[in-house]
Each structure stands twice: as C-alpha cells, then as structure tokens.
Design a protein around this ligand. Structure first.
Ligand code: HEM
Ligand code: HEM
Length: 304
C-alpha cells in the first residue's frame, strides 16, 4: 500500500546520496583524499569538526555527508522492515545498509592505504551502485508503481528489450570502471575512450529500441529519453574533462576550477546515467515479455 511519508523519505535519501556523490567527486578532483590523514577518527577526534580549511573542507565535509546518509540508511532499513509488506523490499533495504557500511570501510581503507587506485575505484563503483538502489527504492515506493496493474506486452525484436537493458547496465559499469581507473591513475585513458564508443552505440540502440517499440508505455519512454539526454550531456562533459584535466591541466600546480567543474559533472551525470539504465531495465522486466529470440538463444546455449 502507498505510504506518502515513506515515499518522500526515499526521495530525500536519493537526493542526499546524489549530493554525497558530488561531495565525494569534489574530494578526488581537488586532490584532497589525504587532507585528513586518519580514519575512522578525523585528526584523532571522533566528533569534533576540524577547521574546515583547504582540502579538509572537502574530505571532512564528504565524511559528514556520508555519515548522514549512513544514518538515513539505518532509518530506511528499520522503517522498511516495519512498514513494508513486500519481503524483497525489506531484503533490499537491509542489503543497502550492508552496502553503505562496506562503502564507508572502503572510504576509510583508501585513506589508510594512501589512495591505491583500485580501492578508490571500488569506492567510486560502490557509490554509484548505492545511488542507483536509492533511486530504485523511490520508484518501488511510488504510487504509480504500486497502483499500476502492468499487463506486459510481447517483444517482437530479435534481442529483447530486457536483454538490451541488462547489456546497457553492464556497458555503463565497464565504462565506470575504466573511467575511475583512469581518474585514480591506475589505467590509461584509451580503454575509456574505446569504452565510450561502445557505450554510446549500445545505449543509443537500447533507447531507440525502447522508444520505437514501447514508446506508449510511459515509464519506459521516460527512462529511455532520459538515457539519451544524459548520454549526450555525459559525452560533452567527457570532452570537457579531457580538455581541462589532460590537455590544459598538464602543468597546473593547483586543481583548476574548470577541471573541477567538468570532472565532478562527469562523475555526477555518470551516476545518473547508471541509475536510469537500472530504471529502464526494471521497467522492461515489468512491462515487456522476453522475445522469442531470447529462448532460442538460451536453448542453443544449453545445447552447446
Ligand atoms: C558512505 C557512503 C559514501 C559514499 C556514497 C561515497 C562516495 C564517494 C564518491 C562518489 C567519491 C568520488 C569518487 C571519484 O571521484 O572517483 C568518493 C571519494 C572519496 N571518499 Fe567517499 N563515499 C562514502 C563514504 C566515505 C567515507 C566514510 C570515507 C572516509 C574516509 C570516504 C573517503 C573518500 C575519499 C578519501 C575519497 C577520495 C578518493 C581519491 O581521491 O582517491 N568516503 N566517495
Ligand atoms: C559514453 C559514456 C561515458 C560514460 C558513462 C563515462 C563515465 C565516466 C565516469 C563514471 C568517470 C569517473 C569515474 C569515477 O571516478 O567515479 C569517467 C571519467 C572520465 N571520463 Fe568518461 N564517460 C563517458 C564518456 C567519456 C568521453 C566521450 C570522454 C572524453 C572524450 C570521457 C572522458 C573522461 C575523463 C577525462 C575522465 C577522468 C576525469 C578525471 O580525471 O577526473 N568520458 N567517465
């Protein structure tokens, strides 16, 4: 049953998590990951807020927003446990609490281990996964989701929207991994550029398929058009990030404002893109049936 307070709370959590992603990206872009050298304390203190100067304002600020989101996630788990009748929602909420805790530990570890690229990259990937889950929660708690009685439609394509949407999620994850690997100085830039070409091709195919085949189904149309718009914006920001970080930023002594804005924007829009791919996949599973091609392929795979 629809619960307006709970729904509003999930939207609030989504908004706070988005701010947290921006706050985290500001830490990386301002090179402030080690501005506070200890963890779980900050300059040896559990509660006292250190002077918020230089990189400390980003690093400690990020920790404070993270603590708040962690607290909200505890509220989410307990509230969902008490008020939600769908068992899978209760499980999802507890899983999210587990994920936010792992994420906090990864954040601490990357500080204690002096920012190894793979720990920072894992931290970046878990962050966007958590954000996507908050957004899905808000959708699952919405009136439209709860009141609608979906009657899934046939999928006449050779590859179903279901399969394409899962591939969309996968390609954005690969792109996130390659982007974060480069951002945290563990990888070259070329794989991310090749990934961008593949991701762009696949996401255009996915959205065009969704719009042309299922454009009358509102949630599918909304998610697919958002993906197209976000993809366009993400590519622009990507070029901006490349110019400001790699070309113009080569000799910069301090992080330049133009670099901070484009790279933080690229991380934030990347998170929105991933979340919308999840959203489209969820709606594809709700409103469409597997295509005939899927079962033929599955049979072939089983026979092989
Ligand atoms: C609990 C939820 C948290 C979320 C969702 C989150 C999210 C993020 C995000 C999105 C970034 C930017 C990654 C990038 O730009 O590639 C980041 C960076 C960072 N976060 Fe968190 N974070 C969380 C908790 C923490 C905690 C508790 C710490 C404790 C120290 C922490 C420390 C850091 C550091 C040091 C960086 C910069 C890493 C680097 O420059 O290599 N985070 N975080
Ligand atoms: C097609 C879709 C694309 C997606 C989904 C994507 C996603 C991402 C993400 C999520 C990150 C940061 C990961 C993190 O640390 O949190 C990143 C980093 C980066 N991306 Fe992309 N990207 C795309 C296209 C591009 C393009 C076309 C370019 C440039 C031509 C580009 C240039 C960069 C650069 C330069 C960075 C590193 C920024 C830095 O050093 O701070 N990206 N990308």
């Amino acid at each position: 049953m629809y619960n307006a307070h709970y729904h509003r709370f999930t939207i609030f959590l989504t908004a706070c998590t988005f701010l947290l992603i921006v706050a985290g990206a500001l830490v990386t872009s301002n090179d402030a990951g080690l501005a506070v050298p200890d963890w779980p304390t900050s300059f040896g203190n559990w509660v006292k807020i250190p002077p918020m100067v230089g990189g400390v304002k980003y690093e400690h600020g990020h920790r404070m927003v993270a603590q708040f989101v962690g607290f909200l996630t505890i509220v989410l788990a307990v509230w969902t446990q008490r008020a939600e009748t769908r068992a899978w929602m209760r499980k999802l909420a507890w899983a999210m609490l587990g994920l936010v805790m792992v994420q906090g530990v990864l954040g601490g570890l990357t500080v204690l281990m002096l920012l190894p690229w793979w720990v920072s990259t894992l931290h970046a990937m878990a962050a966007q996964t958590f954000f996507s889950l908050t957004m899905l929660m808000a959708v699952f708690a919405s009136r439209r989701w709860l009141d609608a009685e979906p009657s899934p439609v046939e999928d006449g394509g050779s590859v179903s929207l279901r399969v394409l949407s899962m591939a969309g999620i996968a390609v954005v994850y690969v792109q996130l991994f390659l982007g974060a690997g480069f951002r945290h100085q563990g990888m070259h830039f070329l794989p991310h550029v090749i990934g961008a070409v593949a991701a762009t091709g696949l996401l255009i195919r996915l959205s065009v398929r969704a719009l042309s085949g299922f454009g009358t189904i509102r949630p599918i149309k909304a998610a697919a058009s958002s993906i197209l718009g976000l993809l366009f914006l993400q590519i622009l920001l990507g070029f901006g990030a490349y110019l400001t970080r790699v070309e113009w930023g080569r000799d910069a002594v301090q992080p330049q404002l133009s670099m901070v804005l484009t790279t933080v924007g690229h991380v934030a829009v990347g998170a929105l893109l991933l979340a919308h791919c999840f959203l489209l996949a969820v709606q594809a599973y709700r409103h469409t049936l597997p295509a005939r091609g899927d079962s033929v392929r599955a049979e072939k795979a089983a026979a092989a």
